[in-house]
Design a protein around this ligand. Structure first.
Ligand code: IPM
Ligand code: MN
Length: 372
């Protein structure tokens, strides 16, 4: 397969982590006979500095002309701390999602057995956690009408959903549940919000055409609690844009680090792959950021093109790095390994995949083959 991938590294640690995902995709390409061509373009704060626009037209056009988008991270503290700033890096990502019609954001949350001790939660509560969030991504309060009174003292954000918007993501979630444990939990606030009541009505109706899938409902406040009390009860969580944003960050803590969770944002025509974490500006350039979320986002990219064996090889290489504690300091406090070394280790494992490998830790530092 020959794929052209728009590479949008973005801000903060985005460039460092996507660089590791690229290494891994090249390793997959060499091993399995595919060609991945990356074409880079600016987005976010970097694009504002260059062009005044967080999503320049040329960047958007490149994404539309490519087979997929590999995205790093977006955001810069110089904008976060200025409530009056009219242009923000995040607008670039939101516009990109909207323009590409990426209505479905898919965020798998898994507790990796080898990392279970890294979780701040007790092992007995989180064992077996393996769920996937289907977050609506191009509607709701993120994109509704926003107002600010002339004197700047009253503001509003509107949450609007149509039946069509709800049903397109709901169908994706039901289809996903079919090949999983066949359970969907719709998370909403239907005791208060009219838009949530519409979600319940539409999703219940769609559920009738998937009789093998069990559907239940949880209010967002209860869901936030259940996620730490008993996360293994969930299979597919279906929810709106804002609730999905919040629950996925919460979900990332279960596994021990937000640096582990990948995501895929998919529409009818385009697909974008990005870690769920932000730009983590404090870590920028320090070679400490965890590249696994970006690397696993690359695995989701491979899945998207039905390259199942290739994706599996990448995931197995990631698991090996975890098993051997070749991970960044967010997971293993005294770890000597940085972003780059972890990326090198994972990519070399793809090339030389051998289940009985022995690791030469010296060679990791020398950039030589790590498998002996
Ligand atoms: C995410 C991020 C974005 C969001 C921000 C950067 C706009 O938090 O992808 O979860 O809120 O969707
Ligand atoms: Mn978020």
């Amino acid at each position: 397969m020959n794929l052209t991938i728009a590479l949008l590294p973005g801000d903060g640690i985005g460039p460092e982590v996507t660089a590791q995902a690229i290494k891994c995709l090249h390793a997959v390409g060499e091993t399995f006979g595919h060609e991945f061509n990356f074409v880079e373009a600016p987005v976010g704060a970097k694009a504002i500095d260059k062009t005044g626009d967080p999503l320049p037209d040329t960047t958007l056009q490149l994404c539309k002309d490519s087979d997929a988008v590999l995205f790093g991270a977006i955001g810069d503290p110089k904008y976060d701390n200025d409530p009056n700033s009219k242009i923000r890096p995040e607008q670039g990502l939101l516009r990109l999602r909207k323009e590409l019609g990426l209505f479905s954001n898919i965020r798998p949350v898994k507790v990796f057995p080898t990392l279970i001790d890294k979780s701040p939660l007790k092992k007995k509560f989180i064992k077996g956690t393996d769920f996937i969030i289907y977050r609506e991504l191009t509607g709701g309060i993120y994109f509704g009408e926003k107002t600010l009174s002339d004197d700047g003292t009253v503001a509003s954000d509107t949450c609007t959903y149509s039946e069509a918007e709800i049903s397109q993501i709901a169908h994706m979630a039901f289809k996903a549940a079919k090949s999983r444990r066949k359970k969907i939990t719709l998370v909403d606030k239907a005791n208060v919000l009219e838009s949530s009541r519409l979600w319940r009505k539409v999703v219940t109706k769609i559920g009738e055409s998937y009789p093998e899938i069990s559907l239940d409902f949880l209010f967002i406040d209860n869901a936030a609690m259940q996620l730490v009390l008993n996360p293994s009860q969930f299979d597919v969580i279906l929810t709106s844009n804002m609730f999905g944003d919040i629950l996925s960050d919460e979900g990332s803590a279960i596994g021990g680090s937000i640096g582990l969770l990948p995501s895929a944002s998919v529409g009818e025509k385009y697909a974008l792959f990005e870690p769920i974490h932000g730009s983590y500006p404090q870590a920028k350039g320090k070679d400490i950021a965890n590249p696994i979320a970006s690397i696993l986002s690359a695995a989701m990219l491979l899945d998207h093109f039905d390259l199942d064996e290739e994706s599996r090889a990448l995931v197995i290489a990631v698991l090996k790095s975890m098993k051997n504690d070749i991970v960044t300091p967010d997971l293993y406090k005294n770890s000597k390994y940085g972003t780059n070394v972890v990326g090198d280790f994972i990519s070399s494992n793809i090339r030389e995949s051998d289940d009985h490998l022995t690791i030469n830790r010296e060679n990791i530092w020398l950039g030589k083959s790590t498998i002996i």
